[in-house]
Design a protein around this ligand. Structure first.
Ligand SMILES: [Zn+2]
Length: 302
């Protein structure tokens, strides 16, 4: 299950490999991974240059330049010049988007973007995006991932229900949203409406580092403890990003390589193994339907 660090590694790879490149084609084998009709996506993006890749929580938003004429250096395609839905050529949109076009992607359970030389798409590759000769394959065994054209490159209406990105949220704002809640801290950290991006693995790691039991109600924690939890959450995510994420089941990065953060995990998946701090065997508990791994001594229940 790709979490924030895996999604950030995809965003970084897209920026490194594709920024400044022109979108030249889209081949779709299974249209169900698009919220819009593939033909509409193709028309909206064709000949536009990728100018930014933004991540918000586990959402990726690719921003394409508004001015097709300036960007296009290859063969002109009259079809792409028609206003296709969201495209507002050359004019400033009410949101200041200057006619940019935005394609959002959520990988969900098993989505992957792959950019490998000589790659032969298998039956799980549902779409191939072409950036001026550089091919990016969208592979998704469970088919839950979605591409969607959106009207804004930072916070589109489609994710209005999603809270601020957990790596960007300031403590004061996050504290306001969480301080009085009676729910277990683990459930609140997983609540994407409070802050977006933390998943099961990294919540367990953050709570282990902060020394807080997963069932502790947020309201039972003081300001300093909550501050430590948010800081540990950001630390563990940044560390995982540096290691290319944690690889489980079949997530590999843009170039087909696994992330190596798994070796750095201190709590997640270590039930029965000795705590790295006090040697007490770690325990497992289900909190809000999610498997939680913790040290009963370093993270005492309250
Ligand atoms: Zn311990």
């Amino acid at each position: 299950l790709p979490e924030l660090p895996e999604v950030e590694s995809v965003a970084a790879a897209l920026r490194l490999n594709l920024l400044g490149r022109r979108f030249t084609g889209l081949r779709v084998r299974f249209g169900g991974v698009f919220a819009d009709r593939p033909r509409r996506v193709r028309r909206a993006l064709r000949d536009r240059t990728l100018i930014d890749v933004h991540r918000h929580g586990k959402y990726l938003i690719m921003n394409f330049a508004g001015d097709v004429a300036a960007a296009a250096s290859g063969p002109a395609d009259p079809v792409s010049r028609g206003g296709a839905g969201l495209v507002r050529d050359g004019r400033s949109g009410a949101d200041g988007s200057r006619g940019e076009t935005h394609l959002m992607l959520h990988l969900r359970m098993t989505g992957q973007l792959l950019c490998l030389p000589d790659y032969r798409p298998d039956k799980h590759v549902h779409a191939t995006l072409d950036f001026d000769g550089r091919r990016v394959h969208y592979r998704d065994m469970r088919k839950f991932g979605r591409f969607q054209l959106v009207e804004d490159g930072r916070r589109p209406a489609a994710i209005a229900h999603v809270g601020p990105d957990v790596l960007e949220v300031r403590f004061a704002k996050w504290y306001e949203r969480i301080a009085d809640r009676r729910a277990p801290i683990k459930a609140l950290l997983l609540d994407q409406g409070i802050a977006a991006g933390l998943g099961n693995i990294y919540v367990d790691e953050a709570l282990f580092r902060a020394g807080v039991h997963p069932t502790t109600p947020a309201a039972a924690l003081d300001r300093d403890e909550l501050r430590a939890i948010l800081r540990c959450s950001k630390d563990v995510l940044r560390l995982a990003i540096r290691h290319g994420g944690t690889t489980f089941v079949n997530f590999t990065n843009f170039h087909g390589k696994p992330g190596n953060f798994r070796r750095k995990l201190r709590a997640y998946g270590r039930t029965g193994e000795p705590c790295l701090r006090c040697h007490t065997p770690l325990e497992r508990l289900v909190v809000g339907g999610r498997s939680s791994h913790f040290c009963p001594r370093c993270q005492p229940a309250r």
